[in-house]
Write a protein that binds this ligand. Structure first.
Ligand code: TYM
Length: 346
């Protein structure tokens, strides 16, 4: 198994990133390490699954940015991932910019990807809005770089939130067309989307996803928010006057209520049905403080570790440099095979 995934190093890591993706990264990392240990103990020398997690700094330049902030954001996101449980001695943690093969493969896939495929991407449509002509070329070709990110390592599994599924399907389409046109070169990657927390929504609007680009900080829980801020944000989260129903069907048409139940369920590792069986009949005045406490408890150790890690910038630089060296090594055979398949080298 080869697990690969990335996150843009812009803004703070928020609850949507954590529950939708990062927690799954950590779980897959831990499960694979355990599986490899068991296989090795049974004498199987082929036990070599691998996890690669990266900061998508090359993707971040597809929209206006401040260079010094990107540099700082990259280090902060690296610290946040380690604080969440990504272990640099078991997973390969790096930033794209230190592995030129990502940008190279993107160009090589550019002959295979189709304008029509890219034009149908909902993220492109959402971000470009009515001003398509005014967008950067990089925002349009963004999903080709994302395809390169995973195909470069022959990724078998890609843990992401629901919003990235379409990009992964495109990566599969690109891989399939390339393999058809030029011979078997790439593994088709499988998206892994958590059933419980595929889409965590804004605390201010249950129909919009929780996002770092939302202008209102009250719309999201950041992993570095302190206890008071978290309790305030949950208290002020939009809800309706009805009490919680006893069954999931009673949440229909109540997007904000559903979101809070989903968050509770994901944090407590329960199903939404089980949360409602326990809390059905309660009003939000009673449910919100319990949700707030669960959030504070979950995030407190992460936030403490994050602050500690940020204090040692050299150690973070070293983690990323080591990760990038390993990633460059793993990327080399596929990059060479791609040049060869295209007739660019002998
Ligand atoms: P990004 O940085 O927007 O988000 C990182 C991860 O967090 C998930 N996520 C969410 N999940 C549930 N609810 C939410 N509200 C929520 N918001 C974000 C995302 O689905 C993602 O898994 N293009 C990617 C980064 C990327 C990448 C890749 C991912 C670049 N190359 C290759 C996978 C494989 C992005 O901008 O994610």
């Amino acid at each position: 198994m080869r697990v690969v995934s990335g996150i843009q190093p812009t803004g703070n890591l928020h609850l949507g990133n954590y529950l939708g993706a990062i927690r799954n990264w950590v779980r897959m990392q831990d499960a694979l390490a355990e599986g490899d240990r068991a296989q090795a103990a049974a004498g199987d020398s082929a036990a070599n699954s691998q996890c690669l997690f990266f900061l998508a700094d090359l993707h971040a330049i597809s929209q206006p940015h401040v260079p010094a902030e990107l540099k700082r954001g990259t280090l902060e996101m690296a610290a946040a991932l380690v604080a969440c449980g990504i272990d640099p001695s078991r997973s390969i943690l790096f930033n794209q910019a230190q592995v030129p093969a990502h940008a190279e493969l993107q160009w090589l896939l550019g002959g295979t990807a189709r304008m029509g495929w890219l034009g149908r991407m909902t993220q492109w449509k959402d971000k470009a809005g009515k001003n398509r002509e005014g967008q950067s070329v990089a925002l349009f070709t963004y999903p080709v770089l994302q395809a390169a990110d995973v195909l470069l390592y022959q990724a078998s599994h890609v843990p992401v939130g629901e919003d990235q599924k379409q990009h992964l399907e495109l990566a599969r389409d690109i891989a399939q067309k390339f393999n058809n046109d030029f011979g078997e070169t790439f593994t088709l990657p499988e998206p892994i989307v958590p059933p419980q927390a595929a889409r965590i929504m804004s605390l201010r609007d249950g129909t919009a996803k929780m996002s770092k680009s939302d202008a209102s900080d009250m719309s999201r829980i950041n992993l570095v928010d302190d206890a008071d801020t978290i309790m305030q944000k949950v208290k002020k989260a939009k809800t309706d006057p009805e009490p919680l129903p006893g069954e999931i069907a009673g949440l229909e048409g109540r997007a904000e209520a559903l979101n809070l139940v989903t968050i509770y369920a994901a944090l407590a590792d329960m199903s939404a049905e089980a949360v409602l069986a326990e809390h059905g009949g309660q009003g939000f005045g009673a449910f919100k403080p319990k949700l707030g406490e669960l959030l504070v408890e979950t995030l407190r150790p992460i936030s403490a570790r994050f602050t500690e890690l940020l204090g040692d910038r050299e150690a973070l630089d070293a983690i990323l440099a080591r990760g990038a060296a390993k990633a460059r090594e793993l990327a080399a055979p596929t990059l060479t095979a791609t040049y060869r398949a295209l007739g660019l080298v002998g």
